[in-house]
Ligand binder design. Structure first.
Ligand code: ADP
Ligand code: MG
Length: 395
């Protein structure tokens, strides 16, 4: 998609970055800083505490990853910087993105620590004396208690997806980690939304934080076409197959509400000849990584998942998100559809809606101020838009 020329976005060259980072950013294919990067990078580089609220998919990882890498002392072998993330997948992804950013700083060592992975593997990572750690709170505490990771030389702490982290009941763990870090550290929080817990942590532990809010404007809002398809329970899977059979989307995420449904739907689709994998909380971590990586690399086109995969995970070019079940929580609708239309690409989201769920959907749409387009199947089983035109050209 061509960039609009009249949008005065800052190039990375105005941000006073090192050659190594400039080269990495160029290699990653970024031409201009996103608004959250443009605002956060200089303030973090000045050493301020920050609380940044920005919609999903706006490039928050690099917004903190770049200043973190600029401020590392390569000769110091202690842990200097820590990122906390709510889920294993997200921690892994942040580690990957920061590794790319560090492509031209070979002395940087990043360790990613999360539960469900053998401690021994992580001990090996820690023996390499990483300067940067990306971790989930539980596993971080684990290492602190074992004495395998010390945080007393940390000068920068970042909490990503702070709202989610605190909502997931990590408040106590997070506080214990913060308190193990020297008080004069820089403390930065990133979040898609604010809530009371986020504000409390900020009030308790941040020093004069600079608040950065990036509204969900037309420019940085993911461009996601949202469609709702009324259906019924007995024919929902048939309607799902219709969408898959359109052969328009090569990488699709299908969301279900329960692990059971996730597993069964994936199995049923595979029996019918679709290539899918299931991703939910009961799948062992090593397998989850394998599935996620396989999907990212395009080894199979359809990922059937629960909300484990909804938050923060960035898969390059998911073309369509399908809500097979309507999410139970309003916010999840946004996180799910946010898997597509990332970083100014176009995306499409379908919600298969049973009659009984209509009130719930209205609540969700009110919450997120969205107006989706309603589609319908005609008597011949053809999907049509509001003007009765077939939705897919060749089906
Ligand atoms: P968020 O944390 O805000 O949800 P991410 O950090 O996961 O967003 O970034 C979303 C996607 O945008 C990633 O694929 C990332 O590589 C890409 N991205 C980040 N910064 C830029 C940029 N300046 N230009 C283009 N793409 C970018
Ligand atoms: Mg993020």
């Amino acid at each position: 998609m061509p960039q609009k020329q009249d949008q005065p976005l800052t190039g990375f060259e105005n941000l006073d970055l090192s050659d190594e980072i400039m080269r990495a950013v160029a290699k990653m294919g970024f031409t201009q800083a996103t608004p959250v990067q443009e605002k956060t990078i200089p303030i973090m580089m000045e050493g301020h505490d920050v609380i940044a609220i920005a919609p999903t998919g706006t490039g928050k990882t690099c917004a903190f990853g770049i200043p973190m890498l600029e401020y590392i002392s390569l000769t110091d072998t202690r842990i200097q910087e820590l990122v906390l993330a709510p889920t294993r997948e997200l921690a892994q992804q942040i580690g990957d993105e920061m590794t790319k950013l560090a492509a031209f700083i070979p002395e940087v060592r990043i360790a990613v620590l999360y539960g469900g992975q053998p401690i021994s593997k992580q001990l090996n990572q820690l023996k390499r004396k990483p300067q940067i750690i990306v971790a989930t709170p539980g596993r971080m505490l684990d290492h602190m208690q074992r004495g395998t990771a010390r945080l007393d030389a940390v000068h920068t702490l970042v909490i990503d997806e702070a709202d989610e982290m605190l909502k997931m009941g990590f408040v106590k763990d997070v506080c214990r980690i913060i308190e193990a870090i020297p008080p004069q550290r820089q403390f930065v929080m990133f979040s898609a939304t604010t809530n009371q817990d986020v504000l409390t942590i900020s009030w308790k532990y941040q020093h004069d934080p600079v608040e950065i809010t990036i509204p969900a404007t037309q420019e940085n809002k993911p461009r996601i076409a949202q469609y709702v398809i009324p259906t019924e329970r007995q024919i929902k899977q048939e309607h799902l197959q219709y969408l898959l059979d359109s052969n328009v989307y090569n990488r699709v995420m299908i969301f279900t509400n329960t692990k059971d449904m996730c597993r069964r739907l994936s199995e049923r689709l595979n029996k019918l000849g679709y290539q899918t994998e299931a991703l939910h909380g009961d799948i062992p971590q090593s397998k989850r990584n394998q599935v996620m990586n396989g999907f990212k690399r395009g080894k199979f086109p359809i990922l059937v998942c629960t909300d484990v995969a909804a938050r923060g995970i960035d898969v390059f070019d998911v073309e369509a998100v399908i809500n097979y079940d309507l999410p139970n929580e309003n916010e999840y609708y946004l996180h799910r559809i946010g898997r597509t239309g990332r970083a100014r690409r176009h995306g499409v989201a379908f919600t298969l809606l049973c009659f009984t769920e209509r009130v719930r959907l209205d609540e969700i749409l009110k919450y997120m101020d969205a107006q989706p387009t309603y589609l319908h199947f005609d008597d011949m089983g053809i999907l049509r838009d509001q003007d009765d035109k077939p939705f897919f050209e060749n089906i």
